[in-house]
Design a protein around this ligand. Sequence first.
Ligand code: ADP
Length: 241
Amino acid sequence: MSEETVLRVDGVSKSFGPVDVIANVSFSVSSGSVVAVIGPNGSGKTTLLRTLVGDLRPTDGVVSYEGPDTDRTIGYLPQQPTFRAGFTAAETLAFYSSLLDGGDPEALLDRVGLVDAADRNVENLSGGMRQLLGIAQATVGDPPLVVLDEPASGLDPNMSEHVFETAARMAGEKRTVLISSHDMALVEETADDVLVLNRGTVAASGTLEELYSRFETDSLRGVLNAIVGETDRVEVVGGNR
Ligand code: ADP
């Protein structure tokens, strides 16, 4: 398996006014993998992903795309994708494809299993179908890196699993998927590497096995509990707040 780096994140911080949301985050993403970003609510996952895809400018540090040179380097599914009303699923993808010379909308719909909904207006899609359309949209033009922010959130368990697996399945030789999620079971099933954020910093990262062994547990829930417990103890000892 190739170990080429597709994205390098070096000392990235992001503040909104006086509020430091992420601080000095560094990691690199290997091509062909599924990388999950996990962490408690408010730990900075969305802010980090938005910074990686260029939607936000870092206050400090550098994000470098190091993958193959293509028209579209990074595809992105925001937490709440919006689609223009009045268009069908197929028309929506055809529109994005035409901007990027990005391939056949039918093939994009097929990639996420939405062929049967091709002629349905976007406002009539179910929540899960919207997420699948958003995933397809993020892959228009075949970007080597696809960043998906909580694609499975707010869906019933079956749909959530289906959407997450569809997203993870897109990782392959030439495509890396970086995905945030709060569903530990889905991450355990699909992720090659995991980045754990806590209060805007990288609390731990590695393969599932590496994390389990380091925190002497057999689940990501155990890893998160250990990390959140650790910082709470530090705060009490430090006496601030
Ligand atoms: P997560 O995705 O892990 O839940 P977020 O990145 O959404 O975390 O948010 C992390 C923190 O940053 C939260 O406390 C949130 O209120 C704050 N935050 C996010 N966006 C902004 C913004 N535009 N202005 C001010 N604070 C923000």
